[in-house]
Design a protein around this ligand. Structure first.
Ligand code: HEC
Ligand code: HEC
Length: 355
């Protein structure tokens, strides 16, 4: 049965047909300072608030074909009331200091919850130092952010509220604003015994994120149901390359096409002050320049790619791997020049788009 992620594809096609919606001026310059200050720029208001065009009812029970059992923490059970509340909060700028930025501003559904654009702009036009990752299938994640610095979705959910480049508020400030609203008092009361609290705010947002599942792709129908014609010949060729010569499976393996581990591919290495990624969290030299392997499900929607949004298209990504990544002392040994022909690059791109 087709599920909602497929409903948003026609919408995306409309957006593209209308000339695209990627805001200008988002490219990562060579002299950016990851983790540093991003002064507000004139004429750089955050993107207009994306509308919630997900289906009216999101299933709590359905696990799309190809995904395994969804882990849900015992102290944060999924309920209709929590998902409904989390969903409203996700699209509501009330969480930001000045009421201009919602979670969805940077995690818009039509961009696979990973955009729009490269490094997004939050409050007062401030630009984040990394690109927003996709929120598809985060229920299966074992650590969050590109460097894995948050251990649970509940822990992650409150950070953007207090991040000066994102929502520029404080958790207490957001809780106060929610308590002042009758609609939210009622929704929190319906979802939790103890009403509007920071912990409940985090649980509601995390619950909503846990139902953003994407599976049942043509690749799943080919692999799990043996529907040979679900994939075209070039897509099947791409799958074969993915699992052999192109070595993608070494890191993007398993049901969610990620090992949830950290690797150095050399992206953005060589900038004046490179983003240390996992190395800044563990303080180990060996982790410098490592980032969490992202899921590839829905990857056709989530460009531009990589933690800094520096690769514009999937062709650019494959060419990057074809060169063996970007040389540096910590480069993952799984990355080596692949010697893919033009047709093989095309086949891999076709396969990724079928995910
Ligand atoms: C201004 C843009 C912006 C806003 C607003 C924003 N995010 Fe993010 N989000 C990001 C960026 C950028 C990252 C990656 C940051 C990093 O890795 O250091 C991220 C990372 C995440 C992740 C980690 C995903 C993963 O795979 O590791 C989750 C989950 C998430 N955001 C949820 C939310 C929620 C919930 C809200 C609202 C409370 C929110 N975001 C608001 C930009 C934003
Ligand atoms: C050594 C492990 C490793 C291998 C092998 C590997 N990847 Fe990756 N992949 C990663 C990591 C880590 C990132 C994130 C890098 C970053 O942002 O700095 C990534 C990012 C990506 C992205 C960007 C996704 C996004 O949301 O931005 C795509 C697409 C991708 N890889 C596809 C592939 C394909 C196709 C192959 C095979 C040709 C491949 N990868 C091989 C680890 C790997």
């Amino acid at each position: 049965m087709p599920r909602w992620p497929f409903l948003i594809v026609p919408l995306l096609v409309n957006i593209l047909a209308s000339g695209g919606c990627e805001p200008p001026g988002r490219r990562l310059g060579a002299a950016t300072v990851p983790g540093g200050l991003h002064p507000p720029l004139a004429n750089s208001a955050p993107s207009p608030l994306p509308r919630d065009m997900l289906p009216a009812k999101l299933s709590l029970a359905d696990i799309p074909l190809g995904l395994g059992e969804r882990p849900v923490p015992k102290d944060s059970p999924l309920t209709e009331a929590r998902v409904r509340l989390g969903r409203k909060l996700f699209f509501d700028p009330v969480l930001s200091a000045d009421g201009t930025v919602a979670c969805a501003t940077c995690h818009a559904p039509e961009h696979g919850f990973a955009g729009p654009g490269g490094r997004p702009r939050g409050i007062r036009g401030r630009q984040t130092s990394r690109k927003a990752p996709s929120l598809f299938n985060r229920a299966y994640g074992s650590a969050f952010f590109w460097d894995g610095r948050a251990a649970a979705l509940e822990e992650q959910a409150l950070r953007p509220i207090a991040d000066p480049d994102e929502m520029g508020s404080t958790v207490e400030g957001a809780v106060t604003r929610l308590k002042d609203r009758k609609d939210y008092r009622a929704l929190f009361a319906a979802a939790f015994d103890d009403g509007v609290t920071a912990a409940n705010l985090a649980k509601a947002l995390a619950s909503f994120e846990r139902v953003l599942l994407r599976g049942d792709s043509r690749v799943d129908r080919f692999r799990r149901k043996g529907e040979h014609d679900a994939l075209t010949a070039p897509e099947r060729h791409g799958l074969w390359l993915y699992e052999s010569k192109a070595r993608c499976w070494k890191c993007h393996g398993g049901a969610n096409f990620t090992d949830e581990a950290y690797h150095n591919t050399g992206v953005s290495w060589g900038n004046d002050r490179p983003d240390l990624g996992r190395g800044a969290v563990t303080r180990k030299d060996a982790d410098k320049g490592k980032f969490k392997t992202p899921t590839l499900r829905g990857v056709a929607l989530t460009g531009p790619y990589m933690h800094d949004g520096s690769l514009k298209t999937l062709e650019d990504v494959i060419e990057f791997y074809n060169r063996g990544g970007s040389a540096n002392a910590n480069l993952d040994p799984a990355l080596q020049p692949l010697g893919l022909s033009k047709d093989e690059v095309k086949a891999l791109v076709a396969f990724l788009k079928a995910l």
